[in-house]
Structure formats: C-alpha cells, structure tokens
Design a protein around this ligand. Structure first.
Ligand code: AMP
Ligand code: ZN
Length: 110
C-alpha cells in the first residue's frame, strides 16, 4: 500500500534495522518504547488490522515468528498486544503485534 509507513519499512523504502526478518514478516524496535524491550512484528503484506487477515497462514506467519525472536533475545516472559481500531488504541493501520518485556505488566490494560 503506497501511503503506509509499515509497508515502507517492510519494503526498505524507509531504512530500518530489523531484529528479525523472513520472507513473510519483519520485526523492528518500536520508535516510542513502553518497556525496556518493545518491538513490533508485522507481515510484509499489507493488512490494515486484525479484521482484514484472510488466512490462517498469515496468523501463523506473524505469531510463529514471536517465540523465535524472544528466544534469540533470551526472553521467556513478555506481553503481546494487538490494538484493533482507533478506540482500542490503533494508530498505524498496518497490523502489528507489540511485544514488550523487561518490566512488570499490570492487568487489565488501560
Ligand atoms: P498502535 O498504537 O498499536 O497502532 O501502535 C503503533 C506503534 O507504532 C506505536 O507504538 C508507535 O510508537 C510505533 N511506530 C510508529 N511509527 C514507527 C516507526 N517509524 N518505527 C517504529 N515504530 C513506529
Ligand atoms: Zn501497510
């Protein structure tokens, strides 16, 4: 999608340091981290939100990358968040999973 910042990150138009990449997904540190570790996992294909994911494979591609990345970082406990829609806090409309670690997390989320 032409005007999507995460598509531009995924296709290299905006240079970014990936902490993980395969043919389907990329992961990079959040610009405004909310925890000592805070990265985002995105599919390279544009889906505006969770509501637009159209295949089990797309879920599997995104979520199966997460334990690979956390294992590489030596992290066993972490919070994953997917905000869907503006009222849920979504600000970038290319689906992404937040992965945060390195501090205590409370529940329920705010
Ligand atoms: P959300 O509010 O769930 O849509 O999360 C969007 C996240 O993307 C926020 O945590 C932002 O800090 C992060 N973000 C926005 N632009 C960039 C960027 N260029 N590089 C890394 N993270 C970004
Ligand atoms: Zn996109």
């Amino acid at each position: 999608m032409t005007d999507c910042i995460f598509c531009k990150i995924a296709n290299g138009e905006i240079p970014s340091k990936f902490i993980y990449e395969d043919d389907k997904v990329a992961a990079f540190n959040d610009l405004n981290p909310q925890a000592p570790v805070h990265f985002l996992v995105i599919p390279k294909k544009h889906y505006a939100s969770l509501n637009d994911i159209d295949s089990k494979e797309a879920f599997a591609d995104i979520f199966s990358a997460i334990p690979k990345i956390t294992a590489k970082l030596g992290i066993k406990e972490y919070r994953t968040v997917v905000n869907t829609g503006a009222s849920a806090g979504q600000t970038v409309f290319h689906i992404h999973v937040h992965v945060m670690a390195g501090r205590e997390f409370t529940w329920p989320a705010g």
